[in-house]
Design a protein around this ligand. Structure first.
Ligand code: AMP
Ligand code: GLY
Length: 423
């Protein structure tokens, strides 16, 4: 089979490496891929949102199956366009990808179907939002309705910060059209868990739970980033909680989407907060998470292509999704200055024996050299029997990988380790 993977991050590299375990796959193309992915797939220089060109490429190259990994092309309808020319795809159609593409949609869906989430108000008029904030509980959370590269959420601890966030979104257009409508929601507290689940619209089969580290600095200080590291499983996500989430969140969400005539197929990402009143949804993503994928897929025992195709064909109920024992830890090596501004173009040196553990995100190949080209440069993953061993192994590998201006957090997994009481 010839497979196309759309996207260019560490997540896509992890997907491609996992797909390569399937011997029926003859060739993998990546659109656009990156300098590191080029070692595992043939990179094609087309933008991930250039729907017309991707459709043309898939038709010309007789692609048997396409995996659309990032949110933007999913929300824009790449799956719909590929299906029209008979290329089966992994990922939701646009009318289901809206579950991530519009916070107003997802919040209204949860309200309508009684899926636990933070209480909220929606505003498309700035003065109304500012007036509301005069008397609303603080802290509060301001969210741009549309996609905003993961930057559309502000946790405001003062009324002034909350108002500024509203003005930035609605008047200054910090997120473009994505901030024309906003959600102001209740501030929730508790451990956060990410659960990535396969679904064919009929059943839901979760993969191992994970914990992201979103802040740029150690001890969860600094700015919000796309994610500086992950561990799996997440110690807070006990079997009891998993059962409760399946009953009160996962199945109700799939059923709600069906009732709305928006059947979701692919990977549904549940961003959960385990509050004292039970698990609640913080966000849905219509795709694999990044960098969650870099710990979740190494712990997936089952064949990835088989699982993906089962979501497309509606045969997930009969497909085993097995998870390996053990723990995984991924440490992101970034460019110093991320997520604000950073220099790039520095040579990355990765010892050959570590290439299996490295998922490249922001790098280009020039004259046979791998050069940094993004904020998050690469992820280093290890799997071990215990979490402390997985952490130790990942940091040992990190110490052997070098590029100028590199930056990484030193405490990935420490919170999880504490929750386990040591190991
Ligand atoms: P998101 O971009 O939706 O993933 O939100 C980014 C981060 O903001 C989440 O991972 C949470 O840590 C935090 N967050 C979002 N919504 C809330 C909320 N209602 N209460 C507390 N924290 C939140
Ligand atoms: N790590 C969070 C996300 O993929 O959106």
């Amino acid at each position: 089979m010839d497979i196309l993977v759309v996207g260019s991050g560490g997540r896509e590299h992890a997907i491609i490496k996992k797909l390569k375990e399937n011997k029926d796959i003859k060739k993998i193309y990546a659109i656009p891929g990156n300098g590191g992915i080029a070692n595992d797939a043939e990179c094609v220089n087309i933008g991930a949102c250039d729907i017309e060109k991707i459709v043309e490429f898939a038709t010309d190259n007789k692609i048997d199956y396409a995996v659309v990994a990032p949110d933007d092309p999913l929300v824009l309808g790449l799956v719909d366009a590929l299906e029209k020319v008979n290329v089966p795809c992994f990922g939701p159609r646009a009318n289901a990808a809206i579950i991530e593409g519009s916070k107003v949609f997802s919040k209204n869906l949860m309200k309508k179907y009684n899926i636990p989430t933070a209480s909220y108000e929606v505003f498309d008029n700035m003065d109304d939002a500012l007036n509301y904030l005069d008397n609303s509980p603080i802290p509060t959370v301001i969210k741009a309705d549309g996609l905003a590269l993961g930057k559309g959420v502000t946790i405001a601890f003062t009324r002034d910060d909350a108002k500024n966030a509203v003005i930035e979104a609605m008047q200054d257009k910090k997120f473009g059209k994505s901030g024309d409508t906003i959600v102001i929601e209740e501030f929730l507290e508790g451990p956060e868990v990410s659960v990535l689940a396969f679904t064919d619209g009929k059943c839901v089969k979760p993969m191992v739970s994970s914990m992201d580290h979103k802040r740029s600095g150690d001890n969860d200080e600094g700015l919000n980033t796309g994610g500086m590291g992950t561990v799996a499983p997440n110690p807070y996500y006990t079997d009891d909680i998993a059962e409760k989430c399946m009953e009160t969140i996962f199945i109700p969400t799939i059923e709600a989407m069906n009732k709305e005539d928006r059947t979701f197929k692919g990977c549904l990402y549940f961003g959960l907060m385990l509050t004292k009143d039970g698990p609640k949804v913080i966000e849905y993503n219509c795709r694999f998470g990044d960098p969650e994928t870099q710990v979740v897929l190494p712990l997936l025992e089952s064949d990835l292509l088989t699982a993906m195709m089962a979501t497309t064909n509606g045969t997930l109920q009969d497909t085993d999704i097995k998870i390996k024992n053990g723990n995984a830890c991924c440490v992101i090596m970034a460019s110093n200055g991320y997520p604000v501004s950073y220099e790039k173009g520095f040579e990355i040196k990765i010892p050959k024996e570590l290439s299996d553990s490295v998922y490249v995100a922001g790098a280009v190949k020039k004259c046979r050299k791998l050069l940094t080209s993004g904020g998050r440069v690469l992820g280093v993953t290890s799997v071990a029997e215990t979490l402390d061993k997985a952490i130790e192994k990942s940091y040992e590998k990190v110490s052997k990988i070098s590029f100028d201006n590199s930056y990484y957090r030193h405490d990935i997994g420490q919170k999880a380790l504490k929750a386990y009481g040591g190991k």
